[in-house]
Design a protein around this ligand. Structure first.
Ligand code: ADP
Ligand code: GLC
Length: 473
């Protein structure tokens, strides 16, 4: 049994922009079920209501650079797991987690250095910790702080760090001149430490200083060691290969199961699929498109980021919506270019396509249930959760074979293409439509997909074993 404190900038259901939050909402409770003791620290953003939370520490002093910050710590127990919220209204109280209309917040290095340092405070006063499990660049400074600034403090005797890379594309970059504001001395600005192409990278801090590294699928663990997927850090990652492993994310079936999903007009299961047709009809009615039930309905739910590869979809939509008998529903927001692309096609094919701009969890569930196919043409995908939700909902994924998409989808459960090329995507979609037209075959695939087990228990067991290995060293 290990005492584990996870440090993250997101955790469902409190703060979510993507899959990181889903992982933090599901893995810690699963670890607690398995017998570890796990808690989570995250910022108390303005949108997080702490009126029903317990204030467990007042005036925690965190020294960074020249000044200090005073935070209060709130605690809520969710699914048997303590979540500690670091409250500093000046730094976290604003709208947005990482930025606003004008881009990333200019003080993110301070905001997330504070998170890391406050997490050490939580460990010292509230939750004695053996393993600090840090997620993505926002938690990347914690291993540096632990190894360099609090050595000799008995509170952290033999404490170990695990750093999980959910996405190498977000590197937490900041100018050298501002390092001191995050509490980091200039001596850390070295090519083998934080320096990265002339600036400092908080992601690199995690990679360099953590005792163990993980990423969220076996395939992505290999990919990030290559120049194609390494974002300039492949050499460093190759040098850290000995401590890096790929542990595939799980799927939170308490949240994502068509048998019990409260957001659906009808529930269903692999044994009785009748509810899925009801969900499809309801989705078509909701959007007032393509009344024909027999027409294949493709769903997309995503952050609209370059990573997700939707520019490629733009090159095949005229064929899909113009010549072939397909309906498309897209839910997402993000880069303006992609939003404009989808808005343009929705205007061009109003009876075939809907683009819903925004973030809407209930609608994400309705699309997972109502669609026949789910499209994820990612350039790269560390793990990807939606394809696993899709499997469970009998909504066959059409994916590019990269990262976790490659690890979770096979010819019995979905459709894959390899090269990031229009022709390959178009051909893959044609193949999916061909199988859809052969309903007995399609239904057999749905059944197989729904039977695949991606529950968290197995992966949580692997994390648990990793913690134990580190502590036994
Ligand atoms: P990523 O973390 O790269 O965004 P994942 O597939 O791991 O990709 O996880 C995305 C998560 O965010 C899923 O739970 C998905 O349903 C959710 N999501 C993404 N965009 C939206 C949206 N516009 N509305 C509701 N949920 C969304
Ligand atoms: C990142 C990745 C995604 C992964 C998620 C959770 O946001 O883009 O592929 O599923 O983290 O690990």
């Amino acid at each position: 049994m290990s005492r584990v404190l996870m440090v993250s900038s997101e955790a469902a259901p409190f703060a979510k922009t993507g899959g990181l939050a889903d992982v933090l909402g599901a893995l810690p409770p699963e670890l607690n079920t398995l017998g570890d003791e796990c808690a989570v620290v995250l910022p108390r953003y303005g949108a997080i209501d702490v009126s029903s939370a317990e204030k467990v520490y007042s005036g925690l002093r965190v020294y960074l650079g020249g000044g200090h910050y005073e935070c209060d710590i709130y605690k809520k127990v969710y699914r048997g797991t303590p979540f500690f919220f670091v409250d500093h209204p000046g730094l976290y109280g604003r709208d947005g987690f990482y930025g606003d209309l004008y881009g990333d917040f200019g003080d993110n290095h301070i905001r997330f250095a504070l998170l890391c340092s406050a997490a050490l405070g939580v460990a010292r006063y509230l939750f004695p910790t053996q393993i600090f499990h840090c997620h993505d660049w926002q938690a990347g400074l914690l291993p540096l702080f632990l190894k360099n600034f609090v050595t000799g403090d008995p509170a952290f005797y033999n404490a170990k760090t695990v750093f999980t890379i959910h996405n190498l594309g977000y590197q937490g970059l900041m100018p050298r001149a501002r390092l001191w504001e995050a509490g980091i001395e200039d001596r850390f600005f070295r090519p083998d430490l934080l320096e990265f192409n002339g600036v400092a990278s908080l992601l690199k801090s995690g990679i360099v200083f953590a005792d163990a590294l993980t990423t969220v699928s076996a395939r992505y663990a290999e990919e990030i060691q290559t120049p194609e997927f390494g974002f300039g850090m492949d050499g460093l990652l190759r040098s850290r290969r000995g401590v890096l492993r790929g542990l595939l994310n799980g799927c939170d079936y308490e949240e994502w199961s068509p048998e019990a999903d409260p957001y659906l007009v009808a529930n269903y299961s692999a044994e009785d699929m009748s509810g899925k047709a009801v969900c499809k009809q309801a989705l078509l009615d909701e959007f007032g498109i393509g009344k024909r039930m027999s027409r294949p309905l493709i769903g997309i739910v995503s952050r609209l980021a370059y990573q997700k590869g939707f520019d490629l979809v733009g090159t095949v939509l005229d064929e899909m919506l113009g010549w072939r008998d397909v309906t498309l529903v897209v839910l997402g927001s993000g880069e303006k270019k992609t939003e404009d692309l989808f808005a343009g096609f929705a205007a061009k094919y109003p009876d075939r396509m809907i683009f819903w701009h925004g973030f809407n969890n209930a609608m994400a569930h309705r699309i997972e249930a109502g669609a026949d196919l789910f499209l994820m043409p990612s350039r790269y995908e560390p793990c990807g959760l939606n394809q696993m939700y899709s499997l469970r909902y009998g909504t066959l994924p059409v994916v590019r074979a990269t990262g976790g998409l490659d690890d979770t989808i096979d010819a019995e459960t979905g459709f894959k293409f390899w090269r990031f090329e229009s022709w390959d995507l178009a051909e893959c979609l044609r193949q999916a439509l061909k199988v859809y037209a052969d309903q007995p075959r399609f239904q057999a695939m749905q059944k197989t997909a729904m039977g695949r087990d991606h529950s968290w228990a197995q992966t949580a067991g692997k994390y648990s074993a990793l913690y134990k290995e580190l502590l036994d060293r």
